[in-house]
Each structure stands twice: as C-alpha cells, then as structure tokens.
Design a protein around this ligand. Structure first.
Ligand code: LER
Ligand code: MN
Length: 278
C-alpha cells in the first residue's frame, strides 16, 4: 500500500474535504516533508496545470500522482453523467476523458465522484439514470483501459447521490453491466454512513477496490474520529489491496495536524510508506 494526501486548487470547493489548498507547490512540499508517497489532486479542469509543471514538481519532491478528482466538472461547470440533457452528459464525458488522459501520463487514475449525479431530477427515473451512468462509465472505462489504467467510481453517501451509496451494490452493477475497467473508490467516510460492516464489505468487493479515501467518521484525519480501524486494516491486508490510502479529509483543526495524524495512522495500520523505505 501507498500513502497519499489531497490538494485542492478548486476555490468553489472551499470547505470540502481536502487537506492542502490553493498552492500546489506548497502542498507538495508539505506532503513530502510529512513522508507521503503521493498526492491526490482536485483540479478545476484537466488543463489546469501543464504536464511539464506537474512532472517537474513530482520529481522535485519525490512524489507520485495518486489520482485526479474530476469533481471540478460539477462544482464549476454543473456537468454530470446522469443529467437528463444529453448535451450536458456529452460534455461531462468529454471533461472526464481529458482528465483520464492527463492522469494516465502519470500512470494515475481519474475519479468519478460527484460527477455521477443523481436520479429523479427533471423527472429522470432510476432506470434511465443507471443506463446513462453505465453508458458514461463504459466509454470512459474503455478510454482508461486503452491507456493501461482503470477508472475509479466512488459510491457516495445518501446526501450526495442516490445512485449507489454502498460498495456491494456498486460492485454488482459494474459486474452486471460488464464494466471490467472500472474499479471502486472506497471512501471510509461515506462507508461509515452507509455500510453495516465496512470490513466485511471490503472483503466482499475485494478485487474491485481500486483506491481508498482514508477519512474518519467525522471526515477528519483517521485517529480524530470514532471509526474502528483494526478490522478495516485487516480486511485491506487480507484482500491484498496494493493501491493508495489517500487522506481526503478536512484540514481540521489545521492542515498540519491533519497531515501529521494521517501519516501516523497510516504507519500504525499499514507500516512504513514506500518513501520511508527508500
Ligand atoms: C465527495 O464526497 C467525495 O468523497 C469525493 O471523493 C468525490 O468527489
Ligand atoms: Mn471521497
């Protein structure tokens, strides 16, 4: 497993669960100082940073790119894969496709979280919304696969989507629709709200776990809430999860405490970071 921490450059997402804000290099310098292996970026768009700039900063701080969030397409442009307007859905696919291409140049995956949208708006039925979601995931999953990556689909809690809130149901949907290049992003904060047993769910969806958001029950750093980590860590080890454990948490009480608590919890539950063993 590998550790990661989030940096947001999307001012419209202010108050959201990202540790570092606004200054990419300062966030990367802090991530490196704390000993993280990688950064996960929340960018306004797929062309927000030139390829060379990100490449050089990653090399300078000896960090990897863990993943790219695409939620800027929702918070900035109101694009969603399940919008009843087909032209909005097409723009959403185009926006995410460009993120997939940019992420793949760093051997990283793109995340579909808030851009999934919800059913029931403008009279859309659940059946329609799931067909639109599957259609988008198919095109985008194929695009990721063509670049040797998979695509990450994130079930969200009930206040953020009504499509899939639980990982088992999302995994069954991916299976039924034959979406083999799409994996699940399991966010422990959403899972704490929606799952009856987080560890049992992780074991059940095992090979589909493609990324983990490492957040406590109150969306603060793991260790600052009441999530019981021991069975979750055991489940991730037992399913032989090899991906990122990424802190998508609020910078409360401050970003330094969030980063320090996260890396201490990561080391406690998963051992040394790859960076620390170099
Ligand atoms: C939103 O709640 C979330 O968890 C993000 O990772 C998705 O945009
Ligand atoms: Mn998340």
């Amino acid at each position: 497993m590998k550790s990661a921490i989030t940096i947001s450059l999307v001012s419209e997402a202010r108050g959201g669960p990202f540790v570092y804000w606004d200054d990419l290099e300062a966030g990367m310098a802090a991530a490196a100082r704390h000993g993280f292996d990688a950064v996960e970026l929340f960018l306004p768009g797929p062309d927000a940073i030139p390829f060379e700039t990100l490449r050089d900063l990653l090399a300078k701080y000896n960090l990897k790119l863990a993943a790219l969030g695409t939620g800027g397409g929702w918070v900035k442009h109101k694009l969603r894969l399940t919008d009843p307007d087909s032209s909005v859905r097409a723009k959403a696919v185009e926006f995410i496709a460009a993120f997939i291409d940019f992420a793949a140049r760093f051997q990283a995956q793109a995340i579909i979280g808030s851009m999934q949208g919800r059913s029931g708006e403008n009279g859309s039925t659940r059946e329609q919304a799931l067909d639109w979601l599957a259609g988008g995931l198919r095109v985008l999953g194929d695009r990721a696969m063509a670049r040797s990556q998979s695509l990450l689909y994130e079930p969200l809690n009930r206040y953020e989507t009504n499509l899939f809130c639980r990982s088992g149901e999302a995994a069954a949907f991916l299976e039924q629709r034959g979406l083999r290049s799409v994996n699940l992003l399991c966010d422990l904060y959403h899972m704490n709200i929606e799952e009856s047993d987080i560890a049992a769910t992780l074991r059940a969806v095992g090979p589909r776990v493609g990324h983990v958001h490492f957040a406590d029950s109150n969306r603060r750093a793991i260790g600052l809430g009441h999530t019981v980590m021991a069975p979750i860590a055991a489940a991730l080890k037992d399913i032989n999860y090899q991906g990122y454990i990424s802190a998508e948490v609020q910078p409360i009480p401050d970003e330094e405490t969030a980063a320090r608590e996260t890396i201490a919890s990561y080391r406690k539950w998963f051992g040394q970071t790859a960076a620390a063993t170099h």
